[in-house]
Design a protein around this ligand. Structure first.
Ligand code: NIG
Ligand code: FE
Length: 408
């Protein structure tokens, strides 16, 4: 995959010509990423894109480039490479220290995720390592991971905190994300405060709750360290009522909302997310009919994380029921050290197509326009005039090859 960062981007317009296909996503945009048929991809054959460092300026057949763009710097893709919008990974737990490879071995030997968590492993083990790590160590790890994601075509990454579970440690993780924004100016980062990922073992839930709501959230708002607030509503983590309190506090401070919903058990957290106007509800492995109905015509994106179901060896989310109900569906990696240690978003497309019966247009929208919507970003997900110019040039002629490849 040709990293856009390797092209010397000047603010003057530049031009790529003879793309085998340009996946402009015009029809996907028209249909707002919902109820898509395979034929809605409608790529432009032998296409050209004129762009500057920020925006796409013109898109059309190579034979029809307007005269005024004739003289600008040109890259010829020789009808062998396609152009598509940069991928958006809208759900990752990118910032953490330590490794849980020992847990993976236990899971291979038959232990469940819940058993590991209740014996002191799971999120808590990453919390210990993350608290012990310096800002520099965390940043170094995060930079390595971003480079991996970039190589898969990802140009926008959501990054959650949630392995600090304590005021200073949570802020340290969010500052790492802030620093990524400076390190990778040609990428977009959206940061999410997930203080309510678990409860710290050394104190009561009540005192941690007070800290999150009365201390940490106001500082994050003041220092502009996150755009979103997320909460893990599930058995053994936060109840529906507790989740609602965290989200309400976030909303009051003008954060956008996201919810880890109906993952391990059904708690009707998806319906709560919709009711509260969340940008997205994520996971949905155990979503009910009621939850699906709530999402169907709502503006809340249903974000599915098939790598997690795959890695935990549990059933995939009911993608078809969601898609057919008219819900706007996104796919993301859920990259984290416990339940999905993968940054490979194209692999999630592969799983979506193979195990969740998503068609190519649905998979495309799920990792571009719909994922951007799940982050509240309006100028991403299409290669059309006015959209961000963070498109990717594929090392093959058709987008479908990206879904077809198994983890490479
Ligand atoms: O999204 N569901 C909660 N959090 C992560 C897993 C975190 C971990 O195991 O470290 C998830 O799957
Ligand atoms: Fe997650």
């Amino acid at each position: 995959m040709n990293p856009k960062g390797s092209i010397d981007l000047k603010s003057k317009p530049q031009c790529m010509i003879h793309a085998s296909f340009v996946y402009t996503a015009e029809k996907v945009v028209q249909k707002k990423g919902r109820l898509l048929r395979e034929s809605d991809l409608v790529p432009l054959k032998d296409g050209a894109v004129v762009y500057d460092s920020r925006r796409v300026i013109w898109v059309g057949p190579t034979s029809k480039i307007p005269k005024k763009y004739f003289k600008i710097k040109v890259l010829d893709l020789e009808n062998r490479r396609a152009i598509m919008p940069g991928l958006v990974d809208s759900h990752t737990h990118l910032v953490f220290a330590g490794s849980r490879s020992n847990e993976f071995a236990s899971r291979c030997a038959g232990a469940s995720y819940a058993e590991i968590a209740s014996s002191g492993g799971g999120i808590q083990s990453t919390v210990r390592a993350t608290r012990d790590a310096s800002f520099e160590e965390l940043l170094e790890g995060a930079i390595r991971r971003v480079k991996v994601a970039h190589a898969f075509g990802v140009r926008t990454l959501e990054c959650k905190s949630g392995y600090g579970l304590q005021h200073d440690a949570e802020l340290k993780c969010l500052r790492v994300v802030q620093s990524l924004k400076q390190q990778f100016p040609y990428m977009t980062f959206v940061s999410t405060y997930l203080g309510a990922h678990d409860v710290p073992r050394e104190r009561s839930k009540k005192s941690y709750f007070d800290e999150m709501i009365h201390r940490t959230l106001p500082v994050i708002r003041k220092q502009n360290l996150a755009e979103n607030v997320d909460v893990f509503i599930d058995d053994g983590y936060y109840s529906l009522g507790e989740g609602k309190k965290v989200l309400t506090a976030g909303k009051k401070l003008k954060f956008k909302l996201k919810v880890h919903a109906d993952e391990l058990t059904n708690t009707e957290a998806s319906a709560l997310g919709v009711k509260m106007g969340a940008l997205s509800v994520d996971h949905l492995l155990k979503i009910s009919r009621k939850g699906i109905q709530a999402l169907a015509n709502s503006r809340t994106v249903a974000t599915l994380l098939p790598g997690t179901a795959f890695s935990l060896k549990v059933d995939f989310a009911p993608a078809r029921a969601l898609l057919d109900s008219g819900a706007q569906v996104a796919l993301a990696t859920d990259f984290n050290p416990g339940s999905c240690y993968s940054l490979n978003l194209p692999f999630m497309m592969h799983l979506g197509a193979l195990y969740m019966k998503m068609n190519a247009a649905e998979v495309f929208a799920a990792t571009t326009l719909n994922a951007a919507t799940a982050l509240g970003l309006k100028n991403k997900g299409a290669v059309l005039p006015g959209y961000d110019s963070d498109f990717v040039v594929l090392p093959y002629a058709q987008f479908e090859e990206m879904i077809y490849r198994l983890a490479w």
